[in-house]
Every structure is written in C-alpha cells, then in structure tokens.
Design a protein around this ligand. Structure first.
Ligand code: GUN
Length: 302
C-alpha cells in the first residue's frame, strides 16, 4: 500500500486564502488590519530565515508588519521595555519574540512579559493554562500543534476515539498537541499516550498508534516496522543532515530529514506527512491565524 500524502503546502495555501478573505472583509467593515511585530535578537541564520518567512507571509495577507531587529548584545531590561512598548501599542495585535534568545537573556522572563492577549505564539503560561482547560478558554493555541491538528482534520483522518501516540514531550510540540487531541471537542476526543526518551518500549507504543505524531528531533528514530498498517503518521522532525546545491536557485540549502524513514514508512502508513512540505509550512500559517484572531478578540467579533 502507498500512503496518501498529507501536503502541508497545499493545506497552507487553502488556509491562507481563507485568512486573506477574512482580513479583507474586516478591513472593509472595521477599517483595521491585524498588526504583528516580530522581534529578532542577533543574526542566527535559521532565525533570520524563519522571521523573513513570517514577515513575507504577513505582508502577503495585508497585515501591518513591524520588524524589530536588535543586536545580539541587547540588555534584558531593554528587551523587556521594548515588549512593554508593543503591549501598549493598539495597532499591534500579535507579538512574536523569535527563539532562541542569547544566553545572557532570561527567556522565561521575556516570554512572560508579553501580554497574554497578544501572545500569538501561545507560549505565555496564561495561554498554556487556557489550552489545558480547553473549549472557549483557548485564545492562542501554539502554532505547530495547531498546524498538526489542521493537517489531521483537513485530511479527513478520524480522531474521535483514536489511539494517538505522541513521541516527544517538548513544551512547544509534544505536550500541547497531546493536550489538544484529548480535549472533548471536534477534531480531538482521542486516547493519547505521550512517549519520550525514558519510555521503556517505544516500538510497542508506536505499533498501537492509529495516529502517530513524532516530534523527537532524531532522524530516523521511528522504524517503518513499528507502524500500524494504515496509520496516520505526522513527522514533525526537521533535522539538518547535510547541505546540497538547490536545482532551482543554484544556492546551498540544507538537506532535511524527518524523524521517520519516509520512503519505507509510506508503504505501510495510510497517511503521511513529507519532510519538508508537511508540518513545516503550517506553523507560520497558524501564527497568521492567531494574529487575525487576536484582532477579532480585540474588536469583539471572534
Ligand atoms: N523558534 C523556532 N520556532 C519558533 C516559534 O514557533 N516561535 C518562536 N517565537 N520562535 C521559534
């Protein structure tokens, strides 16, 4: 059997079209657009490339987009007052502080300084709590897990009563996606197991999964023979395993590999996400949706 490919790029385009239509309508009816500030500290190449992609997407949707790039040696207090400035700025509905931050800055203190009602990354403890409670409490689901849920639902994969196994327990992916899929809600209602580095028998758990979500950051961790035939496999791994020259641009680009051996897994799985082009494109899309929703909360039309 050859699995149905879950094409993140196509689902991204579909959702961005929906967002753009809503942005245009709100602009016409209320005379405002979503405002997003991206704060980038330093020049880490991966961060620069993520932030550039976020800015381009926001601009393409007609958002007000503010780029605030700061030097690597910024003082923590200066960064905190910058965040305070955007917390007060009424034209800004979403504040994104690109991670990682330099070592001399206390990341927790910075993230906690963002107004929870502008925290479109969903990293503030208030939003983590809202997510845990679920339902109408949720304002900003974190972007990668929200993207994973969209991929599953829009591919027509049934979550209700499904055995979901999540490999990885990070605050950004593993813990929130597990929490989201166990909620009493459409696109959730699953039985969720979270496996991690101390799990005794990873193969045993993977073999039980109707939906397997792998976010471990270990290339090829999940073996094809661990998959239940017909399972839905969501590979969140983005592992840089080398470099190559792009045929399209002639420039050097990273060779990316997932946490699952795609070529073999696609012969066993029912649905599978490729790397790249699966989960990756969804993260920025969900950031855009959170920023739009923030404006809607602000206008009282959510
Ligand atoms: N660095 C890598 N991924 C992310 C993300 O989703 N949000 C932020 N703020 N920083 C990141």
């Amino acid at each position: 059997m050859s699995a149905t490919l879950i094409r993140g790029t196509e689902i991204r385009d579909e959702i961005l079209k929906e967002i753009k239509a809503e942005v245009d309508r709100i602009k016409e009816e209320h005379g405002v657009v979503p405002g997003l500030v991206t704060i980038l500290v330093g020049e880490d190449p991966a961060s620069v490339s993520y932030v550039t992609a976020k800015i381009r997407t926001a601009q393409g949707l007609g958002y007000k987009e503010v780029q605030d790039n700061r030097s690597e040696d910024i003082a923590e207090e200066e960064l905190l007052s910058l965040i305070e400035k955007y917390n007060r700025d009424e034209s800004i509905h979403g504040i994104l502080v690109q991670l990682p931050l330099p070592k001399h800055v206390d990341e927790k203190r910075v993230l906690n300084a963002v107004d929870p009602d502008k925290d479109v990354d969903g990293f503030h403890p208030v939003n983590v709590g809202r997510l845990m409670i679920g339902g109408s409490e949720v304002k900003f689901p974190p972007c990668t897990p929200a993207g994973i849920q969209e991929l599953i639902v829009r591919s027509g994969v049934e979550t209700e009563g499904a055995e979901v196994v999540v490999v990885g327990r990070s605050n950004i992916v593993g813990k929130p996606i597990a929490n989201m899929l166990l909620q009493k809600a459409p696109g959730a209602n699953a039985t969720v197991t979270v496996a991690h580095t101390r799990t005794r028998d990873l193969a045993y758990h993977c073999k039980r999964a109707d939906i397997l979500i792998v976010a471990a950051g270990v290339p090829g961790l999940v073996k094809p023979e661990w998959l239940k035939p017909g399972a839905c496999v969501i590979d969140v791994g983005v592992n840089r395993v080398g470099e190559k020259i792009s045929e399209k641009t002639g420039k050097k680009v990273a060779i990316l590999k997932g946490d699952v051996d795609f070529d073999k897994a696609k012969e066993i799985a029912g649905y599978i996400t490729p790397v790249p082009g699966g989960v990756g494109p969804m993260t920025i899309t969900m950031l855009m949706r959170n920023t739009l929703n923030s404006l809607k909360f602000h206008l009282g039309i959510a």
